[in-house]
Ligand binder design. Structure first.
Ligand code: ZN
Length: 113
């Protein structure tokens, strides 16, 4: 069983690792730096996971960097679309975090500051 705080930590790790930077770059390159929602040049370009990171981590029970590395869908550029900042925010508006996730987010932010 992976606890929510564990899922949160691993997604933080995934977002910070080199493979993720490469994935983002590959998605943006494939889309010619153009937002898929509004067709404008995306500045700055954002790579959005179609199947969200939290969902992948939960569904595949990913708790370690090794497991993340082996999970193909995480690094599949077909699971990514390029969006501009504005459209990316729009897409995430519908997502509701649980109170636990919000609490974890604050804990994480506090450590960063
Ligand atoms: Zn856009």
């Amino acid at each position: 069983m992976s606890k929510p705080h564990k899922a949160f930590k691993i997604t933080t790790w995934i977002r910070g690792c080199n493979s993720y930077a490469r994935w983002r770059f590959n998605v943006v390159e494939r889309d010619n730096w153009t937002c898929r929602d509004c067709d404008e040049i995306a500045v700055p370009p954002e790579a959005h996971h179609i199947v969200g990171l939290f969902k992948i981590v939960k569904d595949y029970k990913i708790t370690t960097p090794e497991e993340a590395g082996k999970c193909k869908i995480l690094w599949d550029i077909d699971n990514g679309v390029t969006l501009c900042d504005k459209c990316h925010k729009k897409r995430h508006q519908g997502i509701k975090l649980t109170w636990k996730q919000i609490g974890n987010l604050f804990t994480f932010m506090k450590k960063k500051i």
